[in-house]
Write a new protein. Structure first.
Length: 449
């Protein structure tokens, strides 16, 4: 009887999770909209679109833009779709490992509890990685090394922070199989997607630019200026509380399962050393949940089990109460009324083939207004980017003057105003352009002559 109810319970959990995501604040990263739009309109990645990320669905011929992800409403459907697929993968993998569908329900409940809490209301590259890492883990566990490797290679194309995980798995493969042949086969399967990506960039003539922005820039300028390591005590406490329960899986008798779980868990944490934020824990969260579920059934007959569960639920309930008290809202970051009205203003003041320059205002205004940047150059206006790219952007403005400039004079990054970390561009704007209109803090500027 219980087995017949399992599909219904899984569906209920998934529907509830999706419903919760419709009621939370929402933060789809602007990069998801602007990068594919510029790519599909002829700008070359890394050469004209200056960015530090691996291409993923940003810069390849198949990308978010031509897949239909064009606004915040569609983006939320994508977020819910990712959660639905991840639930299905977690249930399938747990039911196979535990050989029990009823026991697999616990993993889905834990994902329902913690996925929104770990900034599941954000849509970013990390959001997609569980859809790659979970099948890769299961394929590896079932000794399908080629499939696992191909998926890992695709994952690397999404985010280079999966390289440490890949390295760990290569070492483990050599240790576990004692076979250079199997290890080489696994490595080759990983390299196939990466090699195809590199061949595509060679064909575009951007390989040197790709190397600079994704490797050299990340290890130098960005490492010194762009990373933000400070986290609060509350952040650390919540993280430790959720992640520490995975340790109990270590005592499972299936050592190969245990090793793989913790390799995937630890290896997928590399992205957290970028900038503080729970969103960067999304790739590792499913493995914490798998490990916690396995550990729970390993120790459910001990005398302290009921007490531990009671304390766990008590603390979880309190934190979730605080979380939902501050996150239930219809607010969507970067798609507020000011930004939407600004996009309409841009269309009023320009024609379809006019170039514009967005200075401090939301960068995806190019995409929302269907306009291209002056000089056919784009970079997000952060201090670490403009330290390298300010002169190039200025040169583009001089050679290809924008019809209008959208200037948010109050824009700042970590307490530093835009005019202070891009003084050359700011001087050019103030010298050659004048205000003709505004939408709150977004000023519309036209050339003085």
């Amino acid at each position: 009887m219980l087995n017949k109810l399992i599909p219904f319970l899984v569906i209920v959990i998934i529907i509830l999770h999706g419903f919760i995501l419709t009621k939370l604040i929402y933060f789809p990263y602007p990069e998801i909209f602007i990068y594919p739009y510029l790519t599909n309109n002829g700008l070359k990645p890394y050469q004209q679109i200056l960015d530090q990320h691996f291409p993923g669905l940003f810069f390849l011929p198949i990308n978010f833009d031509n897949l239909g992800l064009s606004n915040e409403i569609i983006a939320r459907y994508w977020s819910i779709g990712i959660v639905v697929l991840t639930h299905i993968l977690i249930f399938f993998i747990m039911s196979k490992i535990l050989k029990s569908k009823p026991k697999a329900i616990l993993a889905n409940l834990l994902y329902l509890i913690w996925q929104p809490f770990f900034e599941g209301w954000i849509l970013w590259i990390d959001s997609f990685l569980p859809l790659i890492l979970l099948p890769s883990f299961y394929a590896y566990y079932n000794k399908k090394l080629v499939i696992s490797g191909l998926l890992l290679g695709i994952g690397i194309i999404f985010k280079q922070t999966l390289l440490p995980l890949t390295f760990l798995l290569i070492l483990y493969t050599l240790w576990d199989s004692k076979s250079v042949k199997k290890t080489s086969l696994f490595l080759i399967s990983i390299l196939i997607p990466v090699a195809l990506m590199l061949l595509y960039f060679i064909n575009l003539g951007i390989l040197r630019d790709f190397w600079y922005w994704t490797i050299v820039f990340n290890l130098t300028i960005y490492a010194s200026l762009g990373t933000k390591s400070y986290v609060s005590l509350g952040f650390v406490t919540r993280l430790v509380f959720v992640y520490i329960t995975s340790v109990f899986a270590w005592f499972n008798k299936d050592r190969r399962l245990v090793y793989l779980l913790f390799i995937f868990l630890a290896g997928s944490l590399a992205g957290i050393f970028d900038r503080a934020g729970f969103i960067h824990f999304q790739p590792s969260l499913p493995f914490v949940i798998l490990a916690t579920t396995i550990g729970t059934y390993r120790f459910n007959k001990t005398k302290f089990f009921v007490l531990v569960i009671f304390v766990y639920l008590l603390i979880s309930g309190w934190w979730l109460h605080i979380f939902y008290s501050g996150h239930i809202s219809n607010k969507v970051f970067f798609f507020d009324e000011q930004t939407k009205l600004t996009a309409l203003k841009i269309k009023q003041y320009t024609k379809a083939d006019d170039k514009i320059f967005v200075f401090g205002a939301p960068a995806h205004l190019y995409q929302m207004a269907e306009r291209l940047p002056a000089g056919s150059l784009f970079v997000f206006q952060f201090p670490w980017f403009l330290k390298v790219a300010e002169d190039r952007i200025l040169e583009g403005l001089v050679k290809d003057p924008p019809k209008i400039i959208v200037y948010d004079t109050g824009y700042e990054v970590e307490g530093v105003f835009l005019k202070d970390f891009s003084p050359k561009i700011n001087k050019y704007v103030e010298t050659h352009y004048k205000k003709v209109d505004n939408v709150n803090t977004n000023e519309i500027l036209q050339r003085k002559d």
